[in-house]
Design a binder for this molecule. Structure first.
Ligand code: URA
Length: 196
């Protein structure tokens, strides 16, 4: 049967596949444009996301919005979600069993969106979606073809808040993403008011 956003979101809202459902306030499904050509995948909701049900709304989320704005993107022309949809208590990394329980929902989101470009935000998403041996310090900014999707990973915005010394490398990675968007995306309009 053909999948639909309604069915998928309903299933996620009722999910009890792992122990995270016991402590969640909200399932954090995803935000942005379901027709986007660009998808960004983080690791898992934090406290602010758990409270609101929206990905990347805390300080890391504000930085992510600023990073997207640098290359003319925003929440209207990308889709943002996470490897796990419920908050791991105390902001710990999601366990493998939790990722395994949740990854099917992300795969279905990817199948519905069919992104041209997928940007992993941080190590957890890169190890899950690109390569389980991915090392973010070594491999960030590289491009990979995975199942017909151009994938790359950049430092997680929370890591950039902790270690601003990594921002120059991330700026280069963002410019590389911008070039790839211009090269292969056909429907994405970059908003660059400074060029007008
Ligand atoms: N960090 C993530 O990886 N995802 C969010 O939604 C918020 C913070």
């Amino acid at each position: 049967m053909q999948d639909s956003w309604e069915a998928l979101e309903r299933e996620c809202a009722a999910c009890r596949e792992c122990a995270l459902h016991q402590t969640r306030k909200n399932v954090v499904f995803g935000v942005g444009n379901p027709q986007a050509e660009i998808m960004l995948v983080g690791e898992g909701p934090g406290a602010n996301e758990d409270a609101t049900g929206i990905p990347f709304v805390g300080r890391a989320g504000q930085l992510l919005d600023d990073m997207l704005a640098i290359i003319g993107l925003n929440r209207d022309n990308v889709y943002i979600c996470n490897i796990v949809k419920c908050r791991p208590p105390g902001n710990r990394d999601p366990l493998n069993v939790e990722q395994d329980a949740c990854i099917g929902y992300l795969r279905r989101q990817m199948a519905l969106i069919q992104p041209k470009i997928l940007v992993c935000l941080g190590r957890i998403a890169a190890m899950r979606l690109i390569d389980d041996k991915f090392r973010i310090t070594r491999d960030h900014g590289q491009w990979y073809d995975v199942g017909g999707i151009r994938m790359t990973a950049i430092y997680h915005p929370a890591a950039l808040l902790r270690d601003p010394g990594r921002r120059p490398e991330t700026f280069d990675d963002l410019k590389s993403i911008e070039r790839e968007v211009i090269r292969i995306c056909t429907r994405t309009e970059l908003s660059r008011p400074w060029l007008v």
